[in-house]
Design a protein around this ligand. Structure first.
Ligand code: GDP
Ligand code: MG
Length: 219
């Protein structure tokens, strides 16, 4: 019996469009990162805090993915960077086609770095390639140190794991070493940064990581 695997078909089509995005970004010399996390881990906070630290050196664009509202886009716009909002209307992740139409709306010749804030969700965003240089995952220490093994795909697909909200460590039962060990078991290559958007601790490391990776991708 002939069966069509809709999931595989969808992901195959997505991968093709992701490759077109990759080519388009490469052609314009744009370095790009896909930020993923559960809702509330601090993706928008990280952008708002760190973009002003690099806008003197790079021309930045941000694609904001949300199910509803333009709230995050409005927060990020205040930093003065170019922001494009995607409202998925219920879809729990960004896909390559959504990014493709965003790329056609942005002035790509005017950008050096593109950040994509994915929809807050620990599962679906990891399944859809967008065509970027790297994926970054944020996990806040209020989410529980058992999450890496419960949601392994996002950990295995990410190049960098940012543990955010470390200012709250003394208030929650979160074993940072245990969470790091689990993440490293899933993905031995993963790089890790401890950070607090609230106190600013770790922001310099995040900026150095971006610049190091940027240079390795774009010379
Ligand atoms: N205590 C603390 N709160 C944070 C930190 N980073 C973000 N938050 C708060 O967490 C909430 C969700 O942050 P947001 O950036 O909107 O998360 P997003 O949904 O991943 O974009 C907001 O109320 C932030 O002020 C942090 O490092 N420490
Ligand atoms: Mg957000």
């Amino acid at each position: 019996m002939h069966q069509i695997n809709i999931g595989e078909d969808l992901r195959g089509k997505n991968r093709e469009i992701a490759e077109e995005n990759r080519e388009m970004l490469k052609k314009h010399g744009i370095f790009s990162l896909n930020l993923m996390s559960a809702p509330g881990a601090g993706k928008t906070s990280l952008l708002v805090k760190s973009l002003p630290m690099i806008t003197d050196r790079y021309r930045i664009g941000v694609i904001e993915g949300d199910i509803q509202t333009t709230r995050d886009a409005e927060r990020v716009k205040k930093t003065g960077v170019e922001v494009y909002q995607i409202q998925t209307g219920g879809v729990c992740h960004l896909d390559a086609a959504m990014i493709h139409s965003a790329l056609h709306s942005l002035d790509l010749d005017a950008l050096d770095i593109l950040f994509i804030e994915n929809v807050g969700n620990l599962v679906c965003p990891a399944e859809f390639e967008l065509g970027v240089d790297g994926r970054v995952m944020l996990m806040s220490i209020t989410e529980g140190d058992d999450k890496p093994k419960k949601y392994p795909l996002m950990f295995s697909e990410s190049r960098l794991l940012v543990f955010n909200k470390i200012d709250l460590l003394e208030h929650v039962d979160f074993d940072l070493q245990k969470a790091k060990a689990e993440a490293a078991e899933i993905n031995p290559e993963i790089e890790i940064i401890d950070l607090s958007c609230r106190t600013g601790e770790g922001l310099e490391n995040w900026i150095s990581w971006i610049e190091g990776f940027y240079k390795s991708c774009r010379g």
